[in-house]
Design a protein around this ligand. Structure first.
Ligand code: PMP
Length: 306
């Protein structure tokens, strides 16, 4: 992966090599940070870089900040503007991934959230595909459970909580799978390591509600809207049992990085007929056009950089 060119750091846009923190930094030691992951898509015809739904990402980012007592005066509009300034300095003409990070920057010992200094950094780097097998992924049900709302809120994109995702992901990868599905404390499906989950049963698109210890995904919301409006599907949010995976017709994972992934095997069992189904294929097609600003009905989600 290429390194970022610049970073927004201590209130300025600086060369990435100057955006450094000390080893005693609170967030590095205790995971006291929150982040976001936003994609920018290059549209060749229009010679334009479109950032996808930055306002929605920054609304969630600021909510995550509130959960760990980071009180910024920034609005989602301010953060979008800063991001666009950074991207103009970077001058990318390719697909990119943007990482805003809010963190406790004090260099001291002491576990807490209060009486600490909050900093914001944003950087962006080129990113093409995240997932190797986007149309035929194989997954395993992880032995790790999803963090619970009363342990570390999964609704927040909290840096320390990503150890939970990393444990699940690494065990799955070392077991030869592309991805892990993680159950919550009730044994219901929560999500993947960094993506939300959907299943198709009898033509209905099902996904766990936001009270099932999931991240409230922007791609999840996008896919729900596209499924209803463009594919005419019924979309239902309800808890999903583990065994429903074995009887569903399709299994789909969604996320900013992973985009829309079709899962065709779970723990060596075929999902549905063992091949990508029509809902996954339809959603993948739609999503690919929408994020690149090719769908006039949804171009309010595409914020141009240049
Ligand atoms: N769940 C988790 C745990 C994630 O890290 C992500 C990636 N941000 C998602 C779901 C998908 O969220 P989004 O669609 O907003 O990227």
């Amino acid at each position: 992966m290429d390194l970022p060119k610049h970073a927004y750091f201590h209130g300025r846009i600086v060369p990435y090599s100057e955006a450094k923190v000390g080893v005693a930094t609170h967030a590095l030691n205790y995971g006291t940070a929150v982040f976001s992951g936003i994609r920018g898509y290059w549209n060749k015809e229009q010679k334009q870089l479109f950032v996808f739904r930055p306002m929605d990402h920054f609304r969630r980012f600021l909510n995550s900040c509130r959960m760990i007592c980071i009180d910024f005066n920034f609005t989602p509009e301010d953060l979008t503007k800063l991001t666009l300034e950074l991207l103009r300095a970077d001058d990318y003409q390719q697909d990119i991934y943007i990482r805003p990070l809010a963190y406790k920057s004090d260099e001291l010992i002491g576990v807490r959230l209060h009486d600490l200094t909050d900093e914001l950094t944003i950087f962006a780097m080129p990113m093409e595909k995240y997932a190797k097998h986007e149309t035929d992924a194989s997954v395993t049900i992880s032995s790790w459970r999803r963090v619970d709302d009363n342990i570390i809120p999964a609704r927040g994109k909290i840096s320390g909580a990503y150890i939970n995702s990393a444990l699940a992901k690494t065990d799955a990868a070392r077991g030869g799978y592309d991805e892990a599905l993680v159950l919550n404390q009730d044994g219901h499906l929560a999500e993947g390591s960094a993506m939300n989950i959907f299943i198709v049963r009898d033509g209905v698109l099902l996904t766990p509600p936001v009270t099932e210890n999931i991240l409230e995904g922007i791609t999840r919301r996008t896919v729900m809207e596209l499924a209803k409006k463009e594919l005419g599907l019924t979309v239902v949010e309800r808890p999903i049992d583990r065994s429903e995976i074995y009887v569903c017709d399709e299994l789909i994972l969604t996320g900013t990085a992973a985009e829309v992934m079709a899962v065709t095997q779970v723990d060596h069992r075929p999902v549905g007929c063992g091949q990508m189904g029509p809902v996954a294929a339809g959603l993948r097609d739609l999503y690919a056009g929408v994020v690149r600003g090719e769908h006039p009905c949804y171009c309010h989600w595409n914020i141009p950089v240049y």
